[in-house]
Design a protein around this ligand. Structure first.
Ligand SMILES: [Zn+2]
Length: 299
């Protein structure tokens, strides 16, 4: 796994900045897959799908938030610069030499060498005020400078001001996903299905860590309603959604309905998952289980 840059994202509602990790590359080696489709993938720590804004407290889609830059990065840009060239020194040579020394930051020997071979470039300046002031000082001593506009490539920091201390985006818990749904974050059916799936996965999290299984009949009304709504949103003609639907029904202890769905054909390797869930449904086991099939591949 190779971490990518820390991105700086703006809340679409209020513009508050948040930090978000990114991945340069990752893989699913060592991943543990569960019957509900959740995958513990230590080498693929994905950024959150949605997050609550730390300032306005509303949820937003992390992947769609405007990128304002990244921490510690810079980019090359073309900027107009003024090249200042000393053409002649005039009579006050020593004073001009000191002025040149201040402008170029070199020792007197180098300054002398340059003045003996005029014209000499004194540098590139990006601020007009600075150029005018410098030119005026030379002219006041009787020296002559010329100014030439030139496009110059420079590196500019892309770290937005104040983003180092911005809060990180975070994965919501089950209640957070349900709140996001209630707020109307999902505009399309696909988005609603995704958020309901995430809420289900977040609700099952304690049982992946060894907490004894609590049946959905004993969980919150919100958790039950969410899973029933997800069943309705899973299209029967999509094999992955059909598996989600069967697994959700099994966890809701609607074992016969789950078995009916799983009696259809599934392409490899999903056929092994379908067979496993069907066996659990036959044994009237509702608990989420590790599949023991570690899917491997690059992301
Ligand atoms: Zn906000």
């Amino acid at each position: 796994m190779m971490p990518g840059p820390v991105l700086v994202l703006a809340c679409p509602r209020c513009g508050a900045l948040h930090r978000c990790h990114s991945l340069a590359s990752g893989n699913t080696f060592g991943a543990i897959v569960w019957t509900d489709g959740w995958r513990d993938a230590p080498m693929l720590p994905l950024p959150p799908l949605i997050s609550r804004c730390a300032a306005c407290h509303r949820f937003f889609w992390v992947g769609r938030a405007e990128r304002r830059g990244a921490l510690g990065t810079s980019k090359s840009v073309l900027e107009s610069a003024t090249v200042v060239t000393l053409e002649s020194v005039g009579k006050r040579r020593v004073e001009v030499m000191h002025l040149v020394r201040r402008a170029i930051g070199e020792d007197l020997q180098e300054v002398k060498r340059r003045i003996d071979r005029l014209p000499t470039e004194l540098g590139r300046y990006f601020h007009q005020g600075e150029v005018r002031e410098l030119a005026a000082r030379f002219e006041a001593l009787g020296a002559r400078v010329t100014l030439r506009e030139e496009m110059s490539q420079v590196w500019r920091s892309t770290t937005p001001v104040g983003s180092e201390s911005a809060p990180r985006v975070r994965d919501p818990d089950e209640a957070g996903f349900l709140e996001a749904l209630a707020e109307g974050l999902a505009q399309e059916q696909d988005e609603e299905r995704e958020l309901r799936l995430q809420a289900w996965w977040a609700g099952n999290e304690p049982y992946r860590q060894g907490t004894p299984w609590v049946p959905f009949s004993q969980r919150s009304q919100g958790a039950r309603d969410n899973l029933c709504a997800l069943v309705a949103l899973c299209a029967p003609d999509d094999v992955t959604q059909r598996l989600f639907r069967a697994e959700a029904l099994r966890e809701l202890e609607r074992f016969d309905e789950a078995r009916d769905i799983l009696s259809g054909e599934f392409p490899a390797p999903l056929d092994r998952v379908a067979a496993y869930i069907r066996e659990l449904a036959t044994q009237r086991i509702a608990e989420v289980q590790q599949l023991g099939i570690a899917a491997a591949g690059r992301a």
